[in-house]
Design a binder for this molecule. Structure first.
Ligand code: ATP
Length: 372
């Protein structure tokens, strides 16, 4: 039964001060991450940020220049990959083309010299688990991309590893299949309790699948948190820009003497004066104001704390949402998204004058440099 497979329990993974240098170049720079047993963590970042290198070091395929890795409390920093007992689904770990799906999946068990009866049972269980009945005797070339991915997943899970490493496992699949697999892998994770460390540059995938997302930039961890924490409270321009759509208004923070003590605003190059939330009050200097497009009201801004007149520059219909680009002051452009809900009527046409507005609690401020 699948029950036996589901007895696998996750292992805690600790990376401390992990670095990797290539020549003089630091691909990974002092990464410290504590991953709880059973947690589903995704490392997300742009190309070249060091995600894959981190995963390869955990797998034992790349030797760290500094730092340590423990898995389940055991220091594995200098262990060979095959002694780390990790399930791995990497692009570079393709299926063996000359072995059937079942033999591919059995492979890790054969390496571990398990008995024939146990192997047969385990392979059957794990095929069930990844929802792959009836294709066990086919060669990889006779399977669809999605089926091959399931076989790879089954091969990684068949020996009940405490930790599963995934490197862009779904990137080769089409959109629909990828979305389905995201939910299936999540469900698998929930049922198995295995610790999952997933690497991707796909923000939606990271948000959909993970308990926690770790964002990397230039070899460093810049922020980590639950999907909603990262989206609602990005700590930097970079994180806000990388995760979701953002409107940025750049300018100078200024205190208007007449309005002390709450008169702090950000004044853009175009002369737009936007009030800022309490968190940014008391600083002076260059700053960037960020607003999510779904937090801006269009033509129904009467009750909003901040309001501006604008002109619709562009409208894009994308099915579930309608995106408006509105020019304020004829300079700053902000994007406003409206849900295409029942009864939604297009509220403006290109060129028309509109009022937009937002509440101060939805304003994020990133101070870039402080004068004083
Ligand atoms: P991608 O999403 O493109 O895979 P990534 O975030 O996974 O990117 P890595 O593959 O970890 O990034 O690479 C991080 C940096 O280290 C890159 O600048 C890359 O060019 C460099 N790098 C990776 N492997 C090597 C290597 N074997 N020799 C030299 N430089 C390397």
């Amino acid at each position: 039964t699948a029950k036996e497979v589901s007895e696998a329990k996750g292992g805690r993974v600790q990376l401390s001060g992990l670095s990797k240098e290539y020549g003089g170049f630091r691909a990974v720079d002092h990464v410290t991450i504590d991953i709880a047993a059973g947690e589903f963590v995704t490392v997300l970042g742009p190309s070249g940020s060091g995600k894959t290198t981190v995963l390869m070091m955990i797998a034992g395929l790349v030797e760290p220049s500094a730092g340590a890795i423990t898995i389940g409390g055991r220091d594995v920093t200098h262990l060979r990959p095959q002694h780390r007992n990790l399930g791995v689904v990497f692009q570079s770990y393709a299926l063996f083309p000359h072995l059937t799906a079942a033999e591919n999946i059995a492979f890790p068990l054969r390496m571990r010299r398990r008995g024939e009866a146990e192997i047969r049972q385990k392979v059957e269980d794990v095929l069930d688990l990844v929802r792959l009945p009836n294709v066990a005797q086919r060669l990889p070339g006779q399977l669809s991309g999605g089926q091959q991915q399931r076989v790879a997943l089954a091969r990684a899970l068949v020996f009940d590893p405490p930790v599963l490493l995934l490197d862009e496992p779904l990137s080769a699949l089409d959109k629909k299949l990828r979305e389905n697999m995201q939910f299936e892998i999540r469900e698998l994770h929930r049922n198995l309790g295995v610790t999952v460390i997933n690497v991707t540059h796909d923000q939606t995938e990271a948000l959909v699948m993970s308990d926690r997302v770790i964002i990397m930039q230039d070899g460093r961890v810049v922020q980590s948190g639950s999907p909603s924490e990262l989206y609602e409270r990005p700590k930097s321009n970079f994180v806000a820009d990388f995760l979701g759509t953002s409107n940025f208004l750049k300018g100078e923070l200024e205190l208007q003497e007449a309005q002390r003590p709450d008169g702090w605003s950000l004044v853009t190059a175009g002369g737009l004066r936007c009030r800022v939330p309490e968190s940014a009050r008391g600083s002076k200097g260059r700053a960037c104001l960020m607003l999510r497009p779904e937090r801006i009201m269009l033509n129904s801004a009467a009750e909003m704390e901040e309001r501006f007149e604008g002109r619709v520059a562009e409208i894009a219909y994308t099915g579930n949402i309608i995106r408006y680009r509105v020019a304020l002051n004829d300079q700053e452009i902000v994007e406003v998204t409206l849900q295409n809900k029942p009864g939604h009527v297009p509220q403006a046409s290109i060129g028309s004058q509109v009022t937009i507005g937002w509440n101060l609690e939805d304003v994020h401020i990133f101070v870039e440099s402080t004068t004083d």
